[in-house]
Design a protein around this ligand. Structure first.
Ligand code: ZN
Length: 327
């Protein structure tokens, strides 16, 4: 090896170590899964975030209800893939690296609705996601509080703690960039989209969420239904999902390793939709492309089909026995 090559090799290694220290990989490289991406890999922490109120409060919005899909101009075949990262108060969930790496490998934009507590559990991963322009981040409540059951104070804390946790991680990313002498990446100051845990809502919650400046995005296609971790099942389910998709659809998936076989199903859905001329945009972009179709009461596939979930996850969806109040 001549001297120049040696210098280049040393430089490359130094850069690689530096990148590893920040949890970065060169563009296009798959992100390396680690032990923290597993479910229940970490001790569960249910303490509030370091900061409970975000520095930036969004201006109030008009209450426009819950967006299920968007009517697009004729001939426009765009759809939004969305992935929820739900985490209850009482346990940690994972991060599906097969899903994230697939989206990055295929350069597919997606919207990730993150629980605030999940963001803290997976802080390193979230900082990495923030630097990836393909991914849009939305708010999915602090610890999956059910908006139909939470008190007003409880709902406010579920939303604001999440906005604040996002800000803390964003500040880390910007500071790391400054310290490395790099330009600051362009990361939205706080999420503007909100996803209702369990798809549950109430008139009061819709009003309060709008007052907090958030736009509520649901889905018209709930993609996961049953175990799709073998190829045969994933193919069958993929065809079923693709047949329900229309231009302007919003698809619901999870990336927290709770449903079984999301990555395999996602691949089938994406391949089928791409073959039929669909393209993928973030939920935020889709909203700007046409006329949102809204409802006043959230559901999975037919009105009322999620009400039974009110009784299944503790006092108010967070898994706690006592209501979450934010105090
Ligand atoms: Zn969820």
């Amino acid at each position: 090896m001549n001297r120049v090559k040696l210098m280049l090799a040393v430089g490359y290694l130094a850069a690689a170590f530096q990148a590893a220290a920040w949890g970065l990989t060169p563009e296009g490289e798959p992100w390396t899964p680690d032990a923290q991406d597993q479910r229940r890999a970490l001790p569960n922490v249910s303490a509030p975030p370091e900061r409970r109120e975000p520095n930036l409060q969004l201006p109030p919005r008009k209450d426009e209800g819950i967006v299920r899909r968007v009517d697009l101009p004729k001939g426009e075949k765009a759809v939004a893939l969305t992935f929820d990262l739900c985490e209850l108060d009482i346990a940690t969930t994972g991060c599906d690296m097969e899903v994230l790496n697939f989206l990055r490998e295929r350069r597919i934009p997606a919207t990730l609705f993150m629980g605030g507590k999940w963001m803290r559990t997976h802080a390193r991963r979230v900082r990495q996601i923030m630097r990836e322009p393909l991914f849009e981040i939305g708010n999915h409540a602090w610890s999956h509080g059910n908006c139909a059951l939470l008190s007003r104070e409880g709902l406010k804390a579920q939303v604001m703690w999440t906005q604040a946790q996002y800000e803390l991680l964003r500040e880390d990313v910007l500071q790391n960039a400054r310290e490395a002498g790099e330009p600051e990446p362009d990361i939205p100051p706080v999420p503007r989209l909100f996803r209702l845990p369990y798809g549950r809502s109430s008139e009061r919650a819709l009003n309060d969420l709008a007052a907090m400046g958030l736009r509520i995005i649901q889905w018209d296609v709930a993609a996961e239904a049953g175990d799709t971790s073998n190829l045969k099942r994933a193919r069958r389910a993929g065809r079923r999902v693709a047949s329900m998709v229309r231009p302007g659809s919003i698809l619901l998936f999870h990336a927290n390793r709770v449903p079984k076989g999301t990555a395999l199903l996602l691949r089938e859905v994406v391949d089928t939709l791409q073959k039929t001329g669909f393209r993928f945009v973030s939920a935020g972009e889709l909203l700007g492309m046409g006329q949102p179709r809204t409802v006043r009461d959230g559901y999975f596939t037919s009105p009322g089909d999620n009400r039974a979930l009110d009784k299944k996850f503790g006092a108010d969806g967070t898994g706690r026995r006592t209501p979450f109040t934010g105090r």
